[in-house]
Design a protein around this ligand. Structure first.
Ligand SMILES: Cc1ncc(COP(=O)(O)O)c(C=O)c1O
Length: 483
């Protein structure tokens, strides 16, 4: 007689726990403002509260969920809090959370069409919807990676592979003194993921040219041309230019049309990093701030940044998916399938296994609709403009950069330091710590032209006018207290 082997949770137990989990999530989101955005824990506090050894016997689910409520939920940094205004604020919106939950239930691995036809075809369709939403030509084929870091790595690997004479895929870069050093160009405002991609790809960080940016933090095209000419003269091989549409510190947009002209003239791959601001391109007026992105060889946009889709979800489009296939496709016997004309997602990058990420993006786009998404993006930009106006008209503050989208870089001005930069920096650092310690908000800072610069990034779907007004009041009060 078959022994009664232990298997997964009985259906009724799972159902009950899922119902409680649904309540936990909905209660959390409804009541998230009862928490400070930053938890009041010190390093090691959570670790010390966790048993050092795993349980030998299974524990009741209710106990696990109790511990989740007691130990985990209060001790995360609350990214889903409307007062989270640091880095690029993000949202796990309701529809996105449903998509995540359903994807967890299915647990498909969308590496091949055969391993999940619906996941592959939905991914292609949803990426194409988003392509239409940001007005890219139909030639662009999109697929989803975890992060922009991966998407840019994949794009730059394809750029490297396009230098066919180097045969890097087959022969690698190491131990080949006959090869010219490969070089990559991006502005001094580009994201560090570009350097990291170059580290991984064997290009080397020293071969990443950080081209100077202009007074509005956009890549200087003359400086770019100069860097290219210098490298060519020195026998280097320019491999790609990365233009950023929405830089991490100030959200500036590089002059893509001129950069695209240069790429066309010089036969260089153009990658556009629109990880953050690409979401705003669903609004025609913000798409107009990014002319020329349609001329890129590859573009990355992160719906997990500003399109209300839970982490992680990064869409990479390429004009020619054949370039990705020839850079990456490698089919061992155990993964061979014979359906003609299908997409096998494993051919488009370095990873084999893939989560079913398109489900959450599909849910988000359908539940809010393109117009609903536009309204939310517009609201965030309007809130940022409102804050920028308050800052601009207050003699105690100054704007540190233009505000094209939803991030505001600013400085508080101390009254009597006669413009000594170090003292102003210290004044702003201490202002920011006090604002963050107050609880309802979390802001981060950046460095602009060597100066410490606090920054507010609006991107959480729950952030409204009342939050930004309260933040301005707090900033104002904290400055007053310090002077
Ligand atoms: C412009 C830009 N590119 C790339 C990234 C990296 O994104 P990810 O965390 O998805 O790798 C960021 C992160 O903020 C960014 O601002």
């Amino acid at each position: 007689m078959a022994r009664d082997l232990p298997r997964d949770l009985p259906g009724d137990e799972l159902r009950a726990a899922l119902h409680r989990t649904a309540d936990l999530i909905a209660d959390y989101l409804e009541g998230v403002e009862r928490y400070s955005v930053l938890p009041s824990v010190s390093p090691g506090d959570v670790g010390r509260a966790l048993p050092a050894a795993p349980p030998a016997e299974g524990e009741p689910l209710d106990r696990l969920l109790d511990d989740y409520q007691r130990l985990i939920e209060p001790n995360v940094t609350h990214w889903n809090h409307p007062g989270f205004l640091a880095y690029f604020a993000i949202s796990g919106s309701g529809p996105g959370i449903l998509g995540e939950a359903l994807a967890a239930g299915l647990n498909v691995n969308a590496m091949l069409w055969r391993t999940s036809p619906a996941a592959v075809e939905l991914e292609e369709r949803v990426c194409d919807w988003l392509r239409q939403m940001i007005d890219l030509p139909p030639a662009f084929h999109g697929h989803i990676n975890d992060t922009a870091s991966s998407s840019s790595l994949v794009a730059l690997a394809a750029a490297r592979h396009r230098l066919e004479d180097l045969e890097v895929r087959a022969k690698g870069l190491a131990g080949r003194p006959e090869l010219p050093p490969l070089t990559i160009y991006c502005s001094d405002q580009a994201h560090s993921s570009i350097d990291k991609a170059c580290i991984v790809l064997g290009i080397g960080q020293e071969n990443v040219r950080r081209v100077a940016s202009d007074e509005a933090f956009r890549m200087s095209v003359p400086a770019l041309e100069e860097a290219l000419a210098r490298d060519r003269a020195a026998g280097k091989r320019p491999m790609a230019i990365v233009a950023t549409a929405g830089t991490t510190s100030t959200t500036s947009v590089d002059p893509v049309p001129e950069i695209a002209d240069l790429c066309a003239r010089e036969g260089i791959w153009l990658h556009v990093d629109a990880a953050y601001a690409g979401s705003a391109a669903i609004c025609p007026e913000y798409r107009a701030l990014m002319p020329g992105i349609e001329r890129a060889d590859s573009i990355v946009v992160n719906p997990h940044k500003w399109l209300f889709t839970p982490v992680d979800c990064s869409v990479l489009w390429v004009q020619d998916p054949g370039q990705l296939r020839s850079a990456f496709s490698l089919v061992p016997d155990y993964l061979r399938t014979d359906e003609p004309g299908v997409t096998n997602l494993m051919d488009l990058g370095f990873q084999l296994g893939r989560r079913f990420r398109s489900l959450k993006l599909w849910m988000v786009i359908r539940a809010f609709g393109v117009e609903g998404l536009r309204e939310r993006i517009r609201e965030h930009c309007a809130l940022a403009r409102w804050l920028a106006e308050r800052i601009g008209e207050d003699p105690g503050f100054e704007l540190a950069a233009p505000v094209p989208f939803s991030a505001v870089c600013f400085r508080a001005l101390p009254p009597d330091t006669a413009g000594i930069p170090e003292e102003q920096d210290r004044f702003n650092e201490s202002l920011l710590s006090r604002v963050n310690a107050a609880g309802p908000f979390f802001l981060s800072a950046t460095t602009l032209r060597g100066r410490y610069t606090p920054r507010v990034a609006i991107g959480n779907i729950r952030t409204g006018r009342e939050h930004v007004e309260a933040l301005w009041k707090l900033l104002h009060a904290e400055r007053e207290r310090a002077v």
